[in-house]
Design a protein. Structure first.
Length: 209
């Protein structure tokens, strides 16, 4: 026997969407409560809701009525719509197929350093910008140990071998190695040991920089 949920896939998706909304509302309620340093018991006393009900709301285990949400909004002194912000924020994904990506010239790039930007999302809820690059070095590539920029950088070697400088230290990076560092210090491949060399460079920094 085929269940009704199996017969109607739209009902499954609607149910999943409702669950996401419940979780988003619960997180916002908890966040506002904690910002104001109010305990669940204190909020229960203010609103007349039970501690059990508040726990279910904050954990996304129940769908509160608009009346309940308005009561919570009044108690926490926030607009009713603020409970839905996290749900309404757009969530983006960038799919870059093999061989695609955007080749760019980054500030400080030297000769024959191929930078391919694999994806980019601008303003987002996390407050952090992440830029993933695929970098390719060949026999004609220059070396430069003095590249600097803000943020945090992670390098993952795919093939080849380079001696990579970060500040006063030099790290031998081979296939499978990872280097994670503060990108504000001078850094870059100081010696190209085995070519071609390819590595992923993932740079992250706050949106407001």
């Amino acid at each position: 026997m085929v269940s009704k949920l199996t017969q109607d896939p739209h009902r499954v998706r609607d149910g999943e969407r409702e669950k996401v909304l419940e979780v988003a509302i619960g997180r916002q309620v908890r966040a506002f409560r904690r910002q104001q340093e109010i305990t669940v018991a204190e909020l229960a006393g203010i609103t007349g809701l039970s501690i059990g009900m508040l726990s279910k709301i904050e954990n996304g285990n129940t769908s509160p009525s608009l009346t309940t949400l308005q009561t919570l909004a009044n108690a926490l002194s926030v607009p009713l719509t603020s409970f839905f912000r996290q749900f309404e924020e757009s969530r983006q994904a960038v799919h870059t197929r093999s061989g695609e990506g955007v080749e760019i010239d980054r500030e400080g790039t030297r000769a024959n350093h191929q930078y391919k930007l694999l994806g980019h999302i601008g303003s987002n809820a996390s407050g952090v910008i992440v830029e993933p690059y695929l970098i390719t070095l060949n026999e004609q590539s220059d070396v430069f140990p003095t590249f600097q920029h803000g943020g945090i950088e992670t390098i993952y070697m795919l093939e080849g071998e380079v001696e990579y400088r970060h500040g006063d230290d030099v790290h031998s990076l081979k296939s499978g190695d990872t280097l994670f560092f503060d990108a504000d210090a001078p850094h870059g491949p100081e010696k190209l040991v085995k070519l071609p060399a390819r590595y992923l460079s993932i740079i992250s920094y706050p949106q407001n920089t």
